[in-house]
Design a protein around this ligand. Structure first.
Ligand code: ADP
Ligand code: NI
Length: 236
């Protein structure tokens, strides 16, 4: 199987896995992230074909078996390993893809920041790989903010049955990994999610081109939440 066929097969595989997901996490999120990742990669000066292919496959597979939808912590790596090795993809590339998907999430960044241990083999990855990680990570984050971020946030809240807003429930200031993974409805208002996560995304961006895109999306979200709260307050 040539590489173009492998990409096609991966797309079909991922599409199938995402069939039942709500629109905050459906295949169109995967398509957007993949497209932004390739764009950021070029802007960041990544031009090597193998690297672009690794970025594309990592973006396509980054949300397979997401824990919020019932996946366990290592399930994502397992699925990627099984699928790609069954298709005779080189192991050294598979390792890089898994490194990217395992290190990109908000909750793992919280975990690294709070000083919990990460796997030592992950620490000595080379700079090129870090750069590829940053590109895919920034793309996923860009899709969580701006107008699409607003739409996804309320879609997620709707799918979980969470309230839009409750002025009596304060956003949690420093969200630990455990807090982030809690899913109590009352605490998890959609508006609190902006304060707890989405407004923090801009400062977590890693690539120059990603930062630029994030600035504009961030401003839009701030304006949205301000108006939401104004309308709410003038109602009660
Ligand atoms: P990550 O891959 O970093 O874990 P998520 O999977 O948490 O990112 O994000 C998936 C989508 O669901 C995002 O658009 C995010 O904003 C949204 N989302 C996650 N948790 C909540 C929540 N408690 N309330 C509203 N939206 C949420
Ligand atoms: Ni994602």
């Amino acid at each position: 199987m040539n590489r173009a066929e492998l990409i096609e097969k991966t797309i079909e595989f991922v599409k199938h896995q995402f069939q039942q997901n709500d629109a905050s996490h459906d295949f169109s999120h995967i398509e957007r992230v993949t497209n932004i990742a390739l764009k950021l990669a070029i802007e960041e000066g990544i031009s090597e074909q193998t690297q672009l292919e690794i970025i594309k496959l990592a973006a396509l597979m980054h949300d397979l078996a997401d824990w919020k939808y019932g996946g366990s912590e290592n399930e994502n790596a397992k699925i990627i390993q099984e699928f790609l090795s069954a298709n005779q993809y080189p192991q050294s590339n598979i390792d890089q893809i898994i490194f990217i998907t395992q290190n990109m999430s908000f909750r793992n960044e919280l975990c690294r920041r709070s000083g919990e241990q990460t796997n030592p083999s992950q620490q000595k990855q080379n700079l090129e790989l870090e750069k590829m990680l940053h590109v895919v990570q920034d793309s996923d984050r860009l899709d969580a903010i701006g107008a699409i971020g607003v739409a996804r946030c309320f879609t997620f809240a709707g799918a979980k049955g969470n309230p839009l807003y409750d002025p009596n429930v304060q956003p949690r200031d420093r969200l630990s990994k455990e807090d982030y993974m809690k899913t109590e409805k009352k605490q998890n208002t959609a508006i609190n999610h902006f304060h707890e996560k989405l407004f923090k995304v801009r400062d977590l961006m890693k690539t120059q081109s990603g930062k630029k895109m994030a600035d504009q999306r961030h401003e839009f979200m701030k304006q949205f939440v301000e108006q939401f709260v104004d309308e709410w307050n003038s109602t009660f």
